[in-house]
Design a protein around this ligand. Structure first.
Ligand code: UTP
Length: 402
């Protein structure tokens, strides 16, 4: 066995693993290497994603939503009452930009009192469960890196008053990180540096964890998937649920009007005639600045990682291959002398599938505008844009005591 691993290390010309040749390889590392999918390395030279032809897509805008609000809300609340709506909290990311070494949801954004990100999200969800007088099943995706601490945190805080029988955790898969020359990194003498495989694998991880049965038993027909780091995230929002059901579409995406043509958010658009998301760096300046006759940006509706997916359609597309994205991140690693290095700037590629690619696979999506001042306060960075500071300001504006 060991010699196979050695052969592999030699054949792949691996810098950090090279010193293992001729030594006793720790069992954990040996197992990781035996299960290693080396085909990821081939992708480094083919980073460009093939995309189709893009065209603008409008949205159901705020005035129309305001007009139909009561009817949408009634329909959505009914679905929540009947337990047809579940929520998926994506909390498997590593939050490297924030520079907080625990799960991002454990970050305390309070000022005069403790207010954890997880707590704020649960408060947002409780607004709906109180109104509907019914619990929304909440599934929390973690990764190997933060699963234990996340579960303990929820237990310690008594699930912030949520009904724990309606909360389930599941763990996403991990993939190896490599340096820019394709060398697999090691995080310890007995382990490769593994990273969560992106937020696009959430449905397959949910199913692998056996939670498909739970959805069936509870009769969940829709899943509202959302990011951990938007503290104004409105979860299982009955108006959004009602509007999506009413539209007859199989998915919905909450969007906000971009603050400027180059804002770093993906824009909902059409790709080969189907709703899809174009990343900000994929927009040409002409596309970014293109305006309609009324003066609004044609690629001006940005996604905020709040989607609604119909479960039967998710099952139908479950086996479809999702594009793999290669992203540059800071990954701590053992150097050739075996000393742990904590890089200050990105040093490695991670391989991720992204939830935004699911929109295209769903074939159909309601683009649903929300007021960014009320629903979008991302905590991505420690300071500056989309930071703890800006999120605190927005929370205060929305009446949250910090
Ligand atoms: P981001 O794209 O902001 O990634 O995640 P991140 O890892 O949290 O942060 P940075 O880029 O390292 O600073 C958007 C959402 O997707 C989740 C995150 O937890 C967040 O809710 N996510 C991301 C996962 O659940 N798993 C992943 O592998 C990546």
């Amino acid at each position: 066995m060991k010699s196979n691993v050695e052969e592999m290390i030699k054949a792949k010309d691996q810098k950090y693993l090279g010193k293992l040749i001729g030594t006793e390889i720790p069992a954990k590392l040996e197992a990781q290497l035996e299960n290693m999918d080396w085909s990821y390395l081939d992708l480094i030279d083919h980073k460009e994603q093939k995309r189709g032809t893009f065209a603008p897509l409008g949205a159901m805008e705020l005035p129309e939503i305001a007009e139909k609000r009561d009817a949408f809300e009634e329909k959505g609340l009914q679905a929540v009452k009947e337990c047809k709506v579940g929520a998926i909290l994506l909390a498997g990311g590593q939050g490297t930009r924030l520079g907080f070494d625990k799960a991002k949801g454990m970050y305390n954004i309070g000022v005069t009192k403790d207010l954890y990100i997880f707590e704020q999200l649960i408060e947002n969800l409780k607004k709906v469960t109180t109104k509907a007088e019914a619990w929304v099943p909440l599934y929390i995706m973690t990764s190997d890196k933060n699963d234990a601490q996340t579960r303990e945190f929820f237990e310690e805080h008594d699930f912030f008053g949520y009904n724990k029988d309606f909360v389930k955790f599941f763990v996403q898969e991990m993939v190896p990180a490599v340096d820019f020359d394709g060398n697999v990194l090691m995080e310890a003498e007995d382990s490769l540096a593994m990273s969560p495989n992106g937020n696009g694998g959430w449905f397959s991880s949910l199913i692998k964890a056996g939670l498909g049965e739970d959805l069936k038993e509870k009769g969940v027909e829709w899943l509202n998937v959302f990011a951990v780091d938007n503290v104004l995230q409105q979860i299982a929002d009955p108006v959004f649920v009602g509007a999506t059901i009413d539209s007859g579409r199989v998915s919905g995406a909450k969007v906000v009007r971009k603050v400027d043509p180059y804002e770093r958010v993906g824009a909902l658009c059409l790709e080969d005639g189907k709703p899809s998301i174009i990343e900000y760096y994929e927009l040409t300046p002409e596309m970014a600045e293109a305006k309609s006759e009324t003066g609004s940006l044609l690629y001006g509706f940005g996604v905020i990682l709040n989607y609604l997916f119909r479960v039967d359609k998710l099952l139908e597309i479950a086996n479809k291959q999702m594009p793999l994205h290669i992203v540059e991140k800071k990954v701590p690693y053992l150097d050739e002398q075996g000393v742990l290095q904590k890089p200050e700037s990105p040093n490695a590629y991670k391989f991720e599938t992204l939830i935004l690619d699911m929109v295209y696979l769903m074939d159909d999506c309601l683009s649903f505008e929300v007021d960014r001042e009320k629903e979008f306060a991302p905590v991505k960075n420690a300071t500056g844009v989309d930071s703890v500071e800006s999120a605190r300001e927005l929370l205060s504006k929305n009446g949250v005591t910090l």
